[in-house]
Structures are given as structure tokens and as C-alpha cells.
Unconditional design. Structure first.
Lengths: 750, 81, 158
């Protein structure tokens, strides 16, 4: 329900029908990445490095190749040397991460792959590939990687963004900096200053479906890939780069995707499956097991973050100083840039310095995870803000209202905000009964807020009118959380026909125009806008066809409720099915394409309220009540907007309380299973209450902002602030596990 | 003249300047004019993934029009999840 | 390697298939029987995506060797609907938007059916504990728990 705007009287937008792909997903028919079987298909297995950092001295595949059933064995030398070809640095990193050449940079790094007629044969052959390593010293954290004399991952890495440029290489890929005003003056004006240091651990996106790809290569160089990803056009582009072929030789079909959260915007198996299929002359399926998913994909960065903030007695933030270092894993590209731009973006702060470092280390290359980079910075900043509010005796919502960014505020990352709904999310929390609900013994309440840009990028859509007046809406955006429904709802609204008359499908790379990844909360915004554009072209065409039928000018024809009407009512209306049935006479099939590079991205804000109960005996924290308020702009599909809000919150609760990568001293991951890397289960949680705020994005036809990501930004601080409220202990290291809580309680009583 | 703002991370190339005024009709021409003024900045700006013009963020802004009222910010790379 | 001949009742039909001794029931169902509704999320019994019912007990099929089900009665998600008519749980999952990506849905439906078969009127807490062996990373479980509550109400005729 719209909280801040009148419902504009849409017929379909904002309703809760059954999703178009739902039936297949409750009956087991939906085909996910690992479900495809092709005649003659081989099973593949990847060989991975057991070392965190080592030089590959030699790889001997003779024994593996001689084994029963083995049809192909490949190594890094089966792929073009992009560095020698003068490729772009980022492409070289993608290729080297897909399969190592001279060095392995993390435990789990691919060194070879095999294909055989059965799974067991493939596994046995993978074990028979003999790799000789020269083990090198490794670095696992930003502290180790930034230390004086640290072993280097990349000998030529000179820190970017530092003036003058350093002469010596290091593990610091780049520095980012944002500054405004005068820090000393700002802290001088503060009545209270709080400074704290925080750490967070790498956490995995934790999608339940492991990565999977099937490739079927032809002898003429073409290949067909079926894979589960957040963007099959992106997988085509990356695969073409790694294989050294033209993208047009590859056809990629999007399987249903079993979760991604950013982690499936990256390529791992696809080029390996293609090369194995080429070598074997048979289709090849590669599927990761969970252990491989943990060791070699995802996660997001571990971090160290220092925050110093000052407020005046009336609650105005006078200055903020933020220093942060983000693990990038094996190759540069941590989300520290976004962290620097989002860290204090919720607030209008006159004096600040935000400084950040992108640091490589011997862990898997980090992948995007829901609002990449923002949650860790928000954990630090929102925790300090909570302390400041307590110190001056101010309500946590009121201190945020006193500093909240509004339309026209110069965002900390540069431009002025257009119309945004941050204040409305704060008010929605304050107005909710949870805000004043009674708390029991050992219970506490915490508030935190978060910002995320959302993204636009490129999308294409095709709309076909079938001969009976129903419609097919074709896009190339993998549906990861109900986006087919959003597309169908907007098309129903535009065409004026029932939602049930529309089929929304996700097509392969040869059937629809280019679409960027399903990520950045962008599909309902950008692909949705392409669908709206295509529908509007259809409606124009339909009006012209009705005008032709009636022998009148097109401006005499209106499109109302799914039918053409003459403006003066002089003609009996022509429905979409009437026009479709006679399309042959009026110009042929009714169909339209629209492609765009989306503009008018609408920023997303979320404010959350968490109640916890901490058991002082065991240190166990239980979330007992949770409320999330988020500005959706317009909730096209409220069921799935709530789903995104709730899912983001619960991932954040896992990040706050349980989840972390644990490595031994050799750089080997110690907890690569769902038993030891524990994500939240149903019995850990209460219902997650949602307040959808709708402050329409003026730049989108329906006001959409995008909702997928910002929900994961506030939870760690909301939980931490609630724990602080419950037991008067400020937790600064994630996860806030029972052991850490007990340690903190012991320290407090000492 | 369009108002162009530089994040602190770019100011090593602008001699410390946080803001300049540039006469240009598109972002491409604006970047070309900046490159003349601050050699080397063109490459760094083309590495930046997005540009904000009057608060609206564009992924590929090369041909976006700017005018004398435009406020232009070049933003660091970020990726969505 | 020698393959064992296995006969079991799968989704109401007597079914024969071959499997090596070390093959999991999950892989046998997916590769030999052609039922890919049950999914492998972990292979270690921690995620529940491969849940099936064996003789009316919910089981993670990745931890069962295929030859162990000789003579057993197995229900997978493909057998939940009756002659094309959806089970109330399937209908309530659809109406309540209790799935996002859908990879965990088959396992949740089986686990929820096992609960409601034994306990037609579970509390929210009972539902949450009955589903605690099934991981979902998309929904935060809210809409799943509500869908099970709604299905239970419908099945009780309320």
C-alpha cells in the first residue's frame, strides 16, 4: 500500500497476482542450471589449487588422459594468453581467474578441468591430474596485505589514485578519497565526538543453487551454453573474451537461476565447459559442489573501517572522518569505491574526509553482493551515529531526521539528490507500532539506515501480439525474484488487457536484444522501461490500424481499456483481439521492439528497526521483532518488493550474527559447508514486517526506483545497536557471535 | 558554462582544483576540453563508470548534452549486485 | 562398476532403475529416473533442497544411497499434485509469493507436507522448526511460513 502518495488508480500495477513462472517452480518442472541432460553428454570436473599462493611449476595430464572414460583434459595453456595479446587489464584478470596460468592466487583457484562419460570417472581423472607447485608466502587480510614487506600477489601493482604515484609495487590496487569542508573546524564545533574501529569478515552470497553450465560445441567454432547466471549476455561476453572468440559464435540460454545476489554476475565454468566440449566433441556439463562454491566463488570483502564523527548538542553532525580498507581477493576490484560514496550518503554533513583502499589478498576474488560495499561502511557509520545519539540523549530516528539528505542536498559523493524518500522511511518506522512496543528483560531495540544508488544500464524488450489478442513479452533479463511478474503487470497496464493474457518470458542471446545483468536493482526500472516503450509502440500501431479500419485520421482514435475507441464514439470499439484477428489486412503481425540505456535511476533508502534478546549466559542473540521501511518508488509487484526487503534483511541478520569465512594459517578455508558456514534458518527468525514507502522516481514511467539491494545495508548496524541497547556493549567486530558477545560481556564486567 | 566537479581522488590531475567551468555541449566535448586543460585526465575519466548531470546518473554519458546550467560530477566505479 | 537393479514406487508408479552402489538417491532420481525436481544445494544434508519422502518420512536424498530404497515408496515434488490439481501447499506457495528464485521450493513443499501430514494445526514455531532443515536465501522465510499456515487452514477446511 502506498504510504506517501495517493494510489494513482492503476488496474494491474500494485496488485498481487500469481507469478507467470510460478507453476513450474512449485511442480518441479522449472529447469535450473544443473537440470539439463543432453544426449551423449559428458560430466566435467574442475581441478583446484590446494594452496593459497603458489607458482605452477608443471601440470602433467598424461595419467588423467589415459583413464577409462576420459574424453578431454584442459589447462590454462588451452586458452589464449590475453596478456600477450595486449588485452585490457580487467579482461586479463577475468581470464586468469577462470583458469590460472603461472600462479595460483587462492585456495580453490582453477588449474585444470576434465570431462568423462560418468561423474565418478571425471572425479577420478581430476584427482589424477598432477600439478607441481612452488608454494609462496601468502596474505589473507587487509592488515597482512598492507603490512610493510608483505608478499606481493601482482608484482606490477602500483597504487592508483595516489599523488605522486608510488614507485614501489604493493597489494594496494587503488585509493579513493572524498572530501568536503574543513575537518578540524567541524570537530571543533562538535559537543561530542565518537571514534571507533570496526572489522567485518568475508561473507558469501549463499545462493542455494551451485554454479552450473552445460556447453555443446560444434566443429565449426560455434557453441551453445546453458547456464544459470544473472546475465547470459554478460556470460557470452566474458566467455568470448576468455576463449578468444567472437561473441556471435556463442549462443547462451538462461536456465532458471537459483539465487545470485550479485555472485552470479561473474564467470567461472562457462568457458571451461566450452573448451572441454570442443576437445571432446560432445556436450559437457560442469556443476560445482557446495565446497567449491565457498572456496572459489563470491564472497564479499572482509574490511577494516575507522569512523570518527562529531555532533553538536542539537544533534547536527558537524564532521565525519572515515578510513576503510576492503579486501578485493585475488584481483583488484573490491567495492570500496561504492563504500566511499555510500558511507555517509544518508546525511547532509558539512565537513568530511572519506578515504578508502582496494587491497588484494590470497582469497577468492570478491564478487558483487547486494549493494556491494555499502553494508560494511553502514555498519560502522550507523553504529557510531547510534553512540552519538545516546551521548546527547537524542532519539535515534530524530538524530537521523535532523541530518537526513533530502531533495537538493549535495550528496557526499558529489551531485545534488533529486526527489528521494529517506525522510519518509524514517517517519514510517516512527509511526509503526513496533517503535513503541514493550521490550522484555535482556531485550533491546536498534535503528539503522542505508542508501544505495540503484542502477539503470542497457535493456531490450520485444512484445508480440498473438492472433487472439493475447501478448508475449520477451526480455533478456534472467528472472531471479519475480521480475517476469513486474514485466507482465506493466504490460497489462499499458495494453489494457488482463495480466493473465500476457506471457512474460526470458529469451536467449539470439532471440532478443542485449540486456545487461540482472543486478543493481535495475530490472524493473530499466527492462521494465523497455517493456513500457515497446507496449507504447504497439498501442500506436493499434491506433493506426483502427484508424485504417474506420478510414479516419489516427488522432481520432484513442486506446482505452484494451480497445480502440473513436473520440466521438461514432464507431463500435475494436478490441485488441478484433485487431489481432485481422492483423493480416492492416499491415501484418503486430510486434514491437524497444531498446534503451536507462536514464533516471532513482536512489533507494531503507530504515530498519530491530529488537533482539541477548542471553547473557550463552551470548546467543535472537532477533525477536524486525521492521523494514524502504522507498520502492512504486511497488509494481508488492509481493516481490516485500520479498526483496525481507530477503535482504535476513541476509543482513546472518552477516550480523553468524556468517564468516574462517581460514587456517595456510590460507585454507575451514568452513566450506552450510553446516559450518551457517546461514539463518526459519527457526532463527521472526516474521519480517515491511513498510513499503512509495516516493515515485520522477524519471520512470511508473515511478520505479529498484528494490533489490538497499535492504541489506542497515541490518548489521540495526542488530548491533539493538544489542547495545540490550546489554550496553558496543560490538565492533562482525559477526556478533555468541563467543564474541560473551567476551565483550566479560570485558565489561572486569 | 557547465560546472564540473572533481572528487578528491581526481584532484592530483587538476592541480588541486575541486571545480572548473567548461564550455561544452556534450559530455564527450567536455572531457576533451578537460584533457586539454589537465593532460591525462581524459583516461581517468573514461575509467569512471558513470557521470551525474544535474543529479541524474548516467552509465554511458558520452553523448549526453550539457549546457551552461549543467552541474557535472564524475563518479567512481561501482557495481550492482 | 556393477550397477544394482532397484525397484521402488516413485510418485505412485512402480519404477525400475539401475544405480551404482555409491550413487545417491538424489543423483539416481535426477539422472536415471529423470525427476529433476529435487535439487542438490550442498550434497551434505545441510540445505534440504533435495528433500523427498521415503515411506512417508522426509529425507535428504543426497545422503541416501540409491540401493537403500529397494521396495520403498518415494514421493518427490513431481508427485505432489494429484492428476494436475495442485496440492494446497503448492497453491498457497503460489498465492502467497512464497518463492523467489524457486530452487529451494521443492524441498520446502516436501518438508511442509511431512509436517502437515502429522500435525494438521501447527503453531508458527512448530512450522519454523519443521522447516529449519531447509535453507532459503531469498525470502527470509516470512512468506513461506505464512503459506504453510494458510495451506494448513485450507486443509483443515477452515
Amino acid at each position: 500500500m502506498a504510504i506517501t502518495e495517493e494510489n494513482p488508480g492503476y488496474k494491474w500495477v500494485g496488485t498481487r497476482p500469481i507469478r507467470p513462472d510460478g507453476l513450474e517452480k512449485v511442480t518441479g518442472k522449472a529447469q535450473f542450471g544443473a537440470d539439463l541432460m543432453l544426449p551423449g553428454m559428458l560430466f566435467g570436473k574442475v581441478v583446484r589449487s590446494p594452496h593459497a599462493h603458489a607458482r605452477i611449476v608443471s601440470i602433467d595430464t598424461t595419467a588423467a588422459e589415459a583413464m577409462v572414460g576420459v574424453k578431454a583434459v584442459i589447462t590454462g595453456s588451452d586458452f589464449p594468453d590475453l596478456a600477450a595479446n595486449g588485452a585490457h587489464a580487467s579482461d586479463i584478470d577475468v581470464a586468469n581467474n577462470a583458469i590460472a596460468r603461472e600462479k595460483v592466487l587462492y585456495e580453490g583457484h582453477v588449474v585444470a578441468a576434465v570431462a568423462a562419460t560418468t561423474r565418478d570417472q571425471a572425479e577420478a581423472a581430476a584427482k589424477a591430474v598432477e600439478v607441481t607447485y612452488e608454494i609462496l608466502p601468502h596474505v589473507l587480510t587487509v592488515d597482512e596485505a598492507m603490512a610493510e614487506g608483505a608478499p606481493l600477489l601482482h608484482e606490477g601493482m602500483i597504487t592508483k589514485g595516489v599523488d605522486p604515484a608510488p614507485e614501489e609495487p604493493s597489494n594496494v590496487a587503488s585509493k579513493i578519497l572524498h572530501e568536503r569542508g574543513d575537518l578540524d573546524q567541524g570537530f571543533g564545533e562538535a559537543d561530542v565526538v565518537v571514534e571507533r574501529e570496526f572489522t567485518t569478515k568475508p561473507v558469501h552470497q549463499g545462493y542455494i543453487e551451485p554454479h552450473a553450465a552445460v556447453a555443446d560445441a560444434n566443429s565449426d567454432g560455434r557453441a551453445h551454453i546453458w547456464c544459470s547466471s544473472q546475465g547470459h549476455f554478460q556470460m557470452r561476453a566474458y566467455s568470448a573474451t576468455v576463449l578468444g572468440v567472437s561473441p556471435g559464435t556463442l549462443k547462451v540460454t538462461a536456465a532458471e537461476i537459483g539465487g545470485g545476489f550479485g555472485g552470479k554476475t561473474v564467470i567461472y565454468l562457462e568457458p571451461l565447459a566450452v573448451r572441454l566440449s570442443q576437445r571432446a566433441g560432445r556436450p559437457v556439463k560442469l556443476v560445482m559442489d557446495r565446497d567449491e562454491v565457498f572456496r572459489a566463488t563470491g564472497p564479499t570483502s572482509g574490511t577494516r573501517i575507522r569512523v570518527k564523527m562529531g555532533v553538536s548538542q542539537d544533534g547536527k553532525i558537524t564532521a565525519a572522518e572515515v578510513w576503510m580498507a576492503y579486501e578485493a581477493g585475488a584481483y583488484s576490484g573490491s567495492p570500496v569505491g561504492a563504500a566511499g560514496m555510500t558511507a555517509i550518503a544518508c546525511y547532509d554533513i558539512p565537513n568530511f574526509v572519506v578515504e578508502g583502499y582496494d587491497v588484494v589478498c590470497n582469497k577468492p576474488r570478491v564478487a558483487a553482493y547486494r549493494a556491494p560495499g555499502a553494508p560494511m561502511a553502514a555498519f560502522a557509520v550507523e553504529s557510531v551515529l547510534d553512540d552519538l545519539a545516546r551521548d546527547i540523549g537524542m532519539d535515534p530516528i530524530d538524530i537521523r531526521l535532523a541530518n537526513a539528505a533530502v531533495e537538493g542536498t549535495q550528496a557526499s559523493y558529489g551531485p545534488k539528490f533529486p526527489r528521494i524518500g529517506f525522510v519518509e522511511t524514517l517517519e514510517a518506522i516512527k509511526d509503526h507500532p513496533n517503535y513503541t512496543a514493550d521490550l522484555g528483560p535482556n531485550q533491546g531495540r536498534g535503528v539503522a539506515a542505508g542508501f544505495w544508488f540503484n542502477a539503470g544500464m542497457m535493456s531490450s524488450a520485444t512484445v508480440h501480439i498473438n492472433e487472439n489478442g493475447t501478448a508475449t513479452v520477451v526480455t533478456g533479463s534472467p528472472d531471479i525474484g519475480g521480475s517476469r511478474q513486474s514485466m507482465a503487470l506493466m504490460a497489462a497496464e499499458e495494453l489494457g488487457i488482463p495480466y493473465e493474457s500476457i506471457k512474460a518470458v526470458v529469451a536467449d542471446t539470439e532471440t532478443v536484444g542485449f540486456n545487461d545483468v540482472t543486478g543493481g536493482s535495475r530490472v524493473t526500472l530499466a527492462t521494465g522501461a523497455a517493456v513500457v516503450d515497446a507496449c507504447r509502440l504497439i498501442v500506436e500501431d493499434l491506433r493506426a490500424r483502427a484508424a485504417k479500419t474506420w478510414d479516419v485520421e489516427v488522432d481520432q482514435v484513442e486506446w482505452v481499456d484494451g480497445q480502440a475507441q473513436h473520440v466521438d464514439g461514432s464507431q463500435p470499439p475494436l478490441s485488441l483481439s478484433d485487431l489481432a484477428a485481422k492483423s493480416g489486412r492492416t499491415g501484418g503481425p503486430i510486434s514491437a521492439n524497444a531498446s534503451l540505456n536507462s536514464r533516471g535511476v532513482g536512489a533507494g533508502f531503507s530504515t530498519q528497526l530491530c529488537d533482539v534478546e541477548v542471553d547473557p549466559e550463552t551470548g546467543v542473540t535472537r532477533v525477536v521483532r524486525y521492521l523494514t521501511a524502504q522507498d520502492a518508488g512504486r511497488a509494481i509487484s508488492p509481493d516481490y518488493v516485500e520479498g526483496q526487503m525481507q530477503g535482504g534483511v535476513v541476509q543482513g541478520i546472518g552477516w550480523a550474527l553468524n556468517e564468516e569465512y574462517i581460514h587456517d594459517q595456510d590460507g585454507v578455508m575451514e568452513n566450506p559447508s552450510f553446516l559450518d558456514y551457517r546461514i539463518p534458518v526459519a527457526s532463527d527468525l521472526p516474521m519480517i514486517d515491511c513498510a513499503i514507502v512509495e516516493v515515485p522516481n520522477p524519471a520512470h514511467p511508473y515511478g520505479v526506483r529498484g528494490v533489490g539491494e538497499v535492504g541489506i545495508v542497515p541490518p548489521m548496524a540495526a542488530v548491533g545497536n539493538a544489542i547495545n541497547d540490550a546489554i550496553d556493549v558496543r560490538m565492533t567486530d562482525l559477526p556478533m557471535s555468541p563467543v564474541r558477545i560473551l567476551e565483550a560481556l566479560t570485558e565489561q564486567s572486569d | 558554462m557547465a560546472q564540473v566537479h572533481f572528487s578528491a581522488g581526481l584532484r592530483d590531475l587538476t592541480g588541486g582544483l575541486a571545480q572548473v567551468e567548461i564550455e561544452a555541449t556534450t559530455v564527450r566535448r567536455l572531457v576533451a576540453a578537460l584533457e586539454e586543460k589537465f593532460p591525462g585526465i581524459g583516461e581517468r575519466l573514461s575509467d569512471a563508470s558513470s557521470v551525474a548531470i544535474n543529479g541524474e546518473i548516467f552509465t554511458d554519458a558520452e553523448y549526453e548534452p550539457v549546457d551552461s546550467d549543467s552541474e557535472v560530477h564524475f563518479l567512481d566505479i561501482f557495481q550492482g549486485g | 562398476m556393477a550397477r544394482t537393479h532397484i525397484t521402488a514406487v516413485v510418485n505412485g508408479d512402480e519404477t525400475e532403475f539401475l544405480a551404482e552402489d555409491g550413487t545417491s538417491l538424489l543423483n539416481a532420481l535426477r539422472d536415471e529416473v529423470g525427476l529433476t525436481g529435487a535439487k542438490e544445494g550442498c550434497g551434505t544434508g545441510d540445505c534440504g533442497a533435495c528433500s523427498v519422502m521415503i515411506d512417508e518420512k522426509v529425507t535428504t536424498s543426497c545422503l541416501v544411497f540409491a540401493p537403500e530404497v529397494q521396495g520403498a515408496t518415494i514421493l518427490t515434488v513431481e508427485g505432489l499434485a494429484d492428476s494436475g490439481e495442485l496440492h494446497p501447499l503448492q497453491q498457497c506457495f503460489l498465492e502467497g509469493a512464497a518463492l523467489q528464485c524457486g530452487i529451494c521450493t521443492p524441498g520446502f513443499l516436501i518438508a511442509a507436507k511431512a509436517l502437515l501430514d502429522k500435525n494438521p494445526d501447527p503453531t508458527e514455531t512448530e512450522i519454523r522448526y519443521a522447516l529449519a532443515g531447509n535453507l532459503c536465501r531469498c525470502t527470509g522465510y516470512d512468506k513461506i511460513v505464512r503459506a504453510v499456515q494458510e495451506a494448513a487452514r485450507e486443509m483443515r477446511g477452515q
